[in-house]
Design a protein around this ligand. Structure first.
Ligand code: NAG
Ligand code: NAG
Ligand code: NAG
Ligand code: NAG
Length: 315
């Protein structure tokens, strides 16, 4: 090669290196400037102020109750107390104080940052999970949130085996293993009283129906949904449709608040249009899962359309 050719080659190479470096620096810089989370994509940051999502999602509501955040403002207090007949209910402040003697007083999951990529699977109980083979996909998430009784044993191939959080209310409670967070949705102060009682005196055996008077769960992992958060979901998300949000819908919004990416399984009808559970037969007249007609389900579909969640329908 001639001296001139050498020099030309050297110039081309150094120019390429410079361009690559510049491009790398720039793309990193762009990444650094706009990423609110550490995942490949952070759906929440794609929303402009005033968008459908931004009008509903409000990060100032923290889903999980701490002693500090347990103080309800007048609106939340009135709403929550109106959900169920209030006579004979224990005093809210007293019961909350007792509760935090049993469970940790923590501000959970306020750790969102450009370094955090928390992927969550919310697993509903719809019959559309049958033969879906979603098990491994569900288990690959950091958090797997399950709802009410939805079992894993015997259904691992379709629903997975991992459960990091199980969202329940007293009438739907089941035992969980010692590494699962039991998450209580309390519709009344008696529900919090019940939670304390299942680990202490076992005295609460009845709410509006029979409830378990003992429960297996690791008390240091128990969490309680803040009634203020429930009121926010009812007002901002459901526009006050229905009496109260369902456990399933609360869990989807909970996941939007504490996770960076959300996958949703087991919501809605099966392929035949029937609403049933993957683990039990339910009479065709008893529509569940959808709750509140289809308003909640429409919200979930809209979240999917906007890529705020990834919905897996099983068909
Ligand atoms: C979020 O909620 C807080 C507390 O209720 C309120 O002050 C604030 O205006 C809300 N933000 C948006 C964007 O709606
Ligand atoms: C509760 O709030 C007080 C006053 O704002 C603060 O000093 C304290 O650290 C908070 N407690 C927790 C556990 O965050
Ligand atoms: C409860 O969970 C904590 C925190 O993960 C763990 O250290 C502890 O061993 C668990 N307790 C039992 C009885 O398994
Ligand atoms: C937690 O549960 C597992 C599985 O049941 C058991 O092997 C382990 O000993 C338990 N840990 C504690 C600290 O109780």
């Amino acid at each position: 090669m001639s001296w001139r050719a050498h020099r030309k080659a050297a110039t081309v190479i150094s120019l390429s290196i410079t361009l690559c470096a510049l491009f790398y620096w720039q793309s990193n810089n762009i990444h650094f400037q706009t990423s609110s989370c550490g995942c490949g994509s952070c759906p929440k940051e794609n929303e402009d102020e005033g968008s459908w999502f931004s009008k509903r999602f409000n990060a100032s509501f923290h889903p999980l109750m701490s002693r500090n955040s347990s103080v309800l403002n007048e609106k939340a207090s009135k709403w929550w107390k109106g959900l169920q007949p209030f006579q004979g209910q224990p005093d809210y402040r007293v019961v909350v104080e007792k509760l935090f003697k049993l469970i940790p007083d923590k501000e959970y999951y306020r750790d969102g940052s450009p370094d955090r990529c928390r992927v969550c699977s919310v697993v509903g109980n719809s019959g559309n999970l049958k033969n879906s083979h979603y098990g491994p996909l569900i288990d690959a998430s950091d958090f797997v949130l399950r709802i009410n009784k939805g079992p894993t044993k015997g259904f691992e191939q379709d629903v997975g085996s991992k459960t990091t959080h199980r969202i329940i209310y007293p009438e739907s409670a089941v035992d969980v293993d010692n590494s699962t967070h039991l998450v209580l949705v309390a519709f009344k102060p008696l529900d919090m009283e019940w939670l304390i009682n299942v680990f202490t005196t076992h005295r609460v055996k009845h709410t509006y129906t029979r409830v378990k008077s003992t429960l297996q769960a690791n008390t240091s992992l128990i969490m309680v949904i803040n009634p203020s958060f429930m009121q926010y979901v009812h007002e901002a998300w459901l526009k006050k449709n229905g009496h109260q949000p369902s456990t399933g819908f609360l869990t989807v919004v909970l996941a939007l608040h504490i996770c960076d990416q959300v996958k949703v399984f087991g919501f809605g009808a099966n392929k035949q249009g029937a609403w049933d559970h993957y683990f039990e037969r339910i009479p065709p007249s008893f529509k569940t899962g959808g709750h509140k007609g289809s308003f909640e389900y429409d919200m979930i579909k809209e979240l999917d359309k906007r890529d705020q969640i990834e919905m897996y329908r099983g068909w």
